[in-house]
Design a protein around this ligand. Structure first.
Ligand code: PEP
Ligand code: MG
Length: 579
């Protein structure tokens, strides 16, 4: 039996056999195949070679068109390596002589090649090591493409254990029999974590090297209540977890009864609970969970497919979301591409520090045509419901002004071409950079509403990558600097009469609910699955108490004191719930 701790993204307990997936980060376990399987494996390998060469040739043609001959020549080297008959021969020899699977043989040969380049004295040649890594990744992706899809054909429930999941792999989970996820990497507010939270089943991230210890078929327990995974549990532990799982299921079923009741404090103060969604279909699902509307629609997830969405596809997606919200307000956030969302895999030269790079509103303002297409689609869809538009990750007033100008340009375009659209939509912004928070007074003069994005605000205030499990102990909403920044933004908005909500993951964490209400927030937007528990908490709490708790929380000097205090106060309100 082995117990590992990580970071749970959604509560609950899942028990099943493991499926171990060799995914993007490509730590390939030593895997052998039988003699009979080798011809099929070689066919897979040849297919992967052909697909990889085709992909590179397409990229080369695109780049040549955009940037000219010299840059495109880099790809010739990649194609040259893949076409070298010695490379295929070395891989096939390992498969035939040692029964290695295609993936394991590719990985072994390519790692050897990387080592050879690494040892070269000439720095230019040593640099080629990264190209070899690139080629390895591509080949492996194409070899593993089929096995990656295998999870969609599972015949029984299973726990997915893997090094990492891309956002598109995570997005596919809901159509599989996976009932729990355990990942080696990832922080609690990474975008994979956010998608896992929407998926709603138990998941624990940041488990370091779990995937190299677990083999397919091992029994695994994902304990999303205690941030743990137990591999190969003994009989007593299994029994204990079965009964814990049963109690948790009862608790969740009881929450369903709150669905149609409003989120009001004991004095009757109404708190709006809104859903954060990534896909149009989640709008209706949020309403099912008792949401009062959609506080954050992350539109950039439209880019997860192979083709970028055109105006019509976007228009349809926005209309579907609005219809799903059933007359309630929908806050559409413009594309927040970049960082860990989408652009890095499309870049030929990924950024060295993407979280501080060309992401979000910066990316949109550098791709004005794409941005305008989105704004046109939002404006057209706005006719069909109650819509607001929100710009992400602003750091300067100029960005806000440029974004608004682009929106007005899009309106003019539509007007000139006689296309009808919703003109009166409110324009707002995410408050998620320290720069914007510190210039809040100036920003609120130019927007109708603000939504505090604590996922990013925390990472930039505390200089801690939200997706990196190695620094996850530094990443906390309880840091006094975070609390004070949130308090100041809420106060500034209140003074200016600007609507203020909070849509970071913090909004769905029970221990912060009293604090946020006590600081003055009346709108919280969260993963729809968190709504019932937060509603239960609000209905058990008085505003007076929440204000006292907020005041006291702001007096502490360390995040540990804040967390301990908030947890203890929350536990007093809901003693039987896993807090
Ligand atoms: C945030 O940063 O808090 C937020 C809600 O946006 P995202 O998680 O999509 O960056
Ligand atoms: Mg953000």
């Amino acid at each position: 039996m082995q117990i590992l701790t990580g970071k749970a993204v959604s509560p609950g307990i899942a028990i099943a056999e493991a499926v171990v997936l060799d995914a993007e980060e490509l730590r390939i376990p030593r895997r052998m195949v039988t003699k009979d399987e080798i011809p099929d494996e070689i066919t897979e390998l040849d297919h992967a070679f052909a697909t990889s060469i085709e992909e590179i040739a397409t990229q080369r043609a695109d780049v040549k068109l955009q940037l000219g001959h010299d840059v495109a020549d880099v790809f010739n080297w990649h194609i040259g390596v893949l076409k070298d008959p010695m490379l295929r021969k070395d891989i096939v020899s390992l498969m035939e002589e040692r029964n290695y699977s295609a993936a394991y043989a590719v990985s072994t040969v390519m790692r050897g090649l990387q080592r050879r380049f690494m040892q070269m004295k000439d720095p230019l040649l040593a640099e080629r090591m990264r190209d070899v890594q690139d080629i390895e990744r591509r080949l492996l992706r194409n070899v593993l493409g089929k096995s990656a899809e295998d999870i969609s054909h599972l015949s029984q429930e299973a726990i997915l254990v893997t090094h990492d999941l891309t956002t598109s792999q995570t997005a596919r989970l809901s159509s599989t029999k996976i009932i729990g996820v355990a990942l080696d990497v990832g922080g609690a507010t990474s975008h994979t974590a956010i998608l896992l939270r929407s998926w709603g089943k138990p998941a624990v991230l940041g488990l370091k090297n779990l995937s190299s210890h677990v083999s397919g078929g091992d029994t695994v327990i994902v304990d999303g209540l205690n941030h743990m995974v137990v591999a190969d549990p003994d009989e007593a532990t299994l029994e204990d977890y079965r009964s814990k799982r049963a109690s948790f299921v009862k608790l969740i079923d009881a929450l369903d009864e709150l669905r149609d009741l409003p989120a009001v404090t004991t004095e009757g103060v109404r708190i709006e609970l809104l859903g954060n969604i990534e896909y149009p279909a989640e709008a209706a699902a949020s309403m099912e969970k008792g949401a009062d509307g959609i506080g954050l629609y992350r539109t950039e997830f439209l880019f997860l497919g192979d083709e970028d969405p055109d105006e019509e596809e976007q228009f349809e997606a926005y209309c579907k979301t609005i219809a799903g919200a059933n007359g309630n307000q929908v806050t559409v956030r413009t594309f927040d591409l970049g960082a860990d969302k989408i652009t890095q895999n499309k870049h030929f030269e990924p950024e060295r520090n993407p979280m501080l790079g060309n992401r979000s509103i910066r990316y949109s303002l550098q791709h004005l045509e794409m941005f305008k297409v989105q704004l046109r689609a939002i404006l057209r869809a706005a006719r069909t419901g109650n819509v607001r538009v929100m710009f992400p990750l602003l750091t300067t007033l100029m960005e806000l002004r440029q974004a608004k100008m682009t929106l007005f340009d899009a309106m003019e375009d539509l007007e000139e071409t006689g296309v009808r659209f919703g003109r009166d939509l409110d324009i707002g912004m995410m408050m998620e950079t320290p720069a914007a928070a510190s210039q809040c007074r100036e920003f609120v003069r130019e927007v109708k509403f603000v939504s505090i994005g604590t996922n990013d605000l925390i990472q930039y205030l505390l200089a801690t990558d939200r997706g990196n499990e190695r620094v996850s102990r530094y990443y906390t909403a309880s840091h006094p600097a975070v609390l004070r920044t949130i308090r100041d933004v809420i106060r500034t908005c209140a003074k200016a009469g600007v609507d203020c909500s909070l849509c970071g993951e913090m909004a769905g964490e029970p221990i912060y609910a009293m604090l946020l209400i006590g600081l003055g927030l009346r709108k919280l937007s969260m993963a729809p699955n968190n709504i019932p528990e937060i509603k239960k908490l609000i209905r058990a709490c008085s505003l007076k108490k929440a204000e006292r708790v907020a005041k006291r929380a702001l007096t502490f000097e360390t995040d540990a004191q804040v967390t301990n205090y908030l947890r203890a106060e929350t536990k007093k309100l809901l003693p039987d719930d896993p807090i």
